[in-house]
Design a protein around this ligand. Structure first.
Ligand SMILES: Cc1cc2nc3c(=O)[nH]c(=O)nc-3n(C[C@H](O)[C@H](O)[C@H](O)COP(=O)(O)O)c2cc1C
Length: 209
């Protein structure tokens, strides 16, 4: 199985790295070199942010360099995620500093900015032959407690980093999900040119279930 499994077929041409980005559940055991990790997090740090605050923080658990940190993050995940995440070489937690440094006021855009930093990291990962898989399926309390994270920092997500691997290592149900075609909503469902759609317009989010 090629690592180009499930390349997105976009409605209009986009960067190949964007079409090739995906969230794999199978990884090779190959460690991620320290320099590649540096490149990923420098890419994340290149993102724009409100007031230039750069509110993103990343806790990294590299299985090779910091196995205890990897184990702590892994144990905070739901079992359905642990099944496949345990084989990834690196786990990371993204966090947001929720106040502005220049005046101490709440930063309403902190999570927004962390999201785009991680999205930037994900694209850099593709360029390096890596992929990441972000997750919400974890215990916020477990991560906060086990790493003594201060209240001022909000935990955004957990994600794997690794080289995509063979799908035969996955349980059947997960393998099927990896092979399912990657589809996206058409532009007409999320881009509203010239104004918000009127109620008379047929909309996907108002269709009867
Ligand atoms: C914030 C966030 C939380 C997610 N949580 C999980 C999760 O707990 N478990 C999981 O297997 N995938 C999780 N995903 C992955 C999504 O299911 C995946 O990105 C989506 O199906 C689109 O697939 P793609 O990333 O391969 O394009 C999450 C993604 C994001 C961005």
């Amino acid at each position: 199985m090629s690592e180009l499994t499930n390349v997105l077929q976009p409605e209009h041409p986009i960067l190949p790295q964007l079409a090739q980005r995906r969230s794999p559940r199978a990884y090779t055991a190959q460690p991620v070199p320290a320099e590649a990790l540096n490149q990923l997090f420098v890419a994340a740090g290149s993102a724009a942010s409100c007031f230039g605050e750069q509110p993103w923080r990343y806790l990294v658990g590299n299985k090779e360099a910091h196995p205890e940190a990897f184990a702590k993050i892994l144990s905070a995940l739901g079992e359905y995620n642990q099944v496949w995440v345990q084989h990834a070489p690196v786990l990371a937690v993204s966090l947001a500093k929720t106040t502005f440094s220049h005046d101490g006021n709440p930063n309403r855009y902190a999570l927004h900015d962390v999201g785009q930093a991680t999205a930037t990291l994900a694209v850099q990962a593709v360029e390096l032959g890596l992929q990441i898989h972000q997750m919400a399926g974890f215990s916020q309390d477990a991560v906060r407690t086990s790493f003594s994270i201060p209240a001022e920092y909000e935990i955004a997500a957990v994600f794997t980093i690794g080289y995509p691997g063979a799908l035969d290592q996955l349980p059947d149900a997960l393998r099927e999900r990896e092979l399912a075609p990657r589809v996206r909503k058409p532009l007409t469902e999320y881009v509203f040119e010239g104004g918000w759609p009127q109620l008379s317009t047929e909309r996907y989010d108002q269709a009867p279930v």
